[in-house]
Design a protein around this ligand. Sequence first.
Ligand code: HEC
Ligand code: HEC
Ligand code: HEC
Ligand code: HEC
Length: 118
Amino acid sequence: MKSKLLLTLILIYVSICNYAQPSFASSFLADRHQSRNVSCQQCHGQENSTAEKNLGMNCQKCHGSYQMMVDKTQKKFTEVNPHDQHDGDLSCVVCHKGHKKGVNYCEECHGTFVFEVP
Ligand code: HEC
Ligand code: HEC
Ligand code: HEC
Ligand code: HEC
């Protein structure tokens, strides 16, 4: 209960900061989405969830499935497409971080797969 209240307060605080500084360095995924009129709730859901699974499902509402991402980015990757993964229901946010630099999750096991995650 307490942590939920704290999270709500953080969300409100971050919203106010963003509102007060619209020109704040917009280098992260969430900032770039906001400049395209995607709200906090469209990624986090009405319940303001930060759970990987929920976030991933919300990404897919706009971007579609892994297969659709593979088809879309096919031309960019000659060897391995990062969206062509073998973990089944892997959440999108394992790689795509909202408010910080993206992470190349595949690299944990495949040291030779080099991806720059937006
Ligand atoms: C309400 C719809 C919506 C939701 C939800 C959404 N996106 Fe997007 N996203 C867009 C639009 C619109 C663009 C810009 C057009 C494009 O590149 O498809 C975009 C672009 C992107 C891009 C490429 C451009 C960039 O700035 O890096 C990535 C990567 C991306 N989204 C990932 C995600 C991830 C991961 C999530 C979930 C955490 C997510 N999106 C949730 C609508 C959405
Ligand atoms: C293994 C890490 C990884 C995962 C997991 C992942 N992505 Fe990506 N994604 C990438 C990388 C790397 C790129 C950059 C591709 C490029 O260079 O164009 C990318 C690019 C994108 C783009 C921009 C594509 C474009 O048009 O250039 C979108 C949109 C996107 N991802 C959405 C998703 C969604 C939705 C999911 C979950 C279904 C997801 N990603 C899961 C690594 C990942
Ligand atoms: C593009 C989708 C997207 C948008 C838009 C977005 N977020 Fe996020 N947010 C994420 C992702 C992805 C994470 C990290 C999840 C992870 O690392 O497991 C996250 C994490 C968070 C966290 C947890 C702390 C952290 O940094 O990991 C807070 C708090 C948060 N977001 C608040 C907000 C607020 C407030 C807004 C609107 C001003 C917002 N987010 C807009 C995708 C988004
Ligand atoms: C937890 C460790 C682990 C992670 C993380 C992982 N893989 Fe794998 N992957 C494996 C193992 C084990 C094999 C089977 C070994 C083999 O056949 O060489 C494999 C095989 C593969 C193969 C076929 C064999 C090859 O090397 O060409 C591809 C393609 C692949 N993985 C792509 C990915 C992608 C893309 C990601 C990130 C989304 C990823 N993997 C993340 C462990 C992992």
